[in-house]
Write a protein that binds this ligand. Structure first.
Ligand code: HEC
Length: 154
């Protein structure tokens, strides 16, 4: 009898730990996904900046990277599921205000979507002067969210 109990006990403990592990993993995955997404978006944005500094910027490259930036901007709303904020204890720069002020965060997201769409259009036309102007506006939208919603690097 004691043996049976302990087997049942072990099964229960295993079931509970497995459940907890799965839950932790999905939050960790959500955070990892968004951080990877932002890093990729940052890379694309930097690639455009590097290109713009050249005497003869590669308009095709800029168009491809601008398309990616816009694509990432559209994905942002999916990157912040409930309960994936700093309260998880996971290392991140996302501030709790994102979840506390969803309308404000949505506005900041929308601003990037609008500006990066214009960037994409200018880049698609190969109009470097328009790209330069719009690159600045898009950068402003990055900052417009980072200022209120991204914490200092720890
Ligand atoms: C709507 C809000 C928002 C917008 C717009 C936004 N970011 Fe961020 N960004 C964040 C948040 C929040 C984090 C931190 C995420 C985390 O650590 O969980 C972040 C993280 C990053 C990171 C990862 C490295 C780091 O500092 O943590 C890079 C790179 C980055 N952003 C670049 C950009 C660029 C480039 C743009 C504009 C093209 C941009 N972001 C626009 C909110 C935003």
């Amino acid at each position: 009898m004691p043996e049976k109990t302990s087997v049942a006990g072990i099964a229960l403990v295993l079931a509970l730990t497995a459940g907890a592990a799965v839950a932790a993993t999905s939050v960790e995955k959500a955070v990892a996904l968004r951080q990877a997404g932002y890093k990729e978006m940052g890379k694309s944005f930097k690639a455009i900046n590097d290109e713009l500094k050249k005497d003869a910027p590669d308009t095709k490259l800029i168009a491809a990277e601008a398309k990616k930036v816009h694509g990432f901007s559209l994905a942002i709303p999916k990157w912040f599921p409930k309960d994936s904020g700093p309260e998880t204890g996971i290392k991140m720069r996302a501030k709790a205000d994102i979840w506390a002020e969803p309308a404000k965060f949505a506005d900041a997201t929308k601003a990037l979507q609008v500006e990066s769409q214009k960037l994409r259009v200018a880049a698609g036309k190969g109009d470097i002067e328009a790209v330069k102007v719009q690159f600045k506006a898009t950068g402003g939208a990055c900052g417009g969210c980072h200022k209120p919603f991204r914490a200092e690097e720890k």
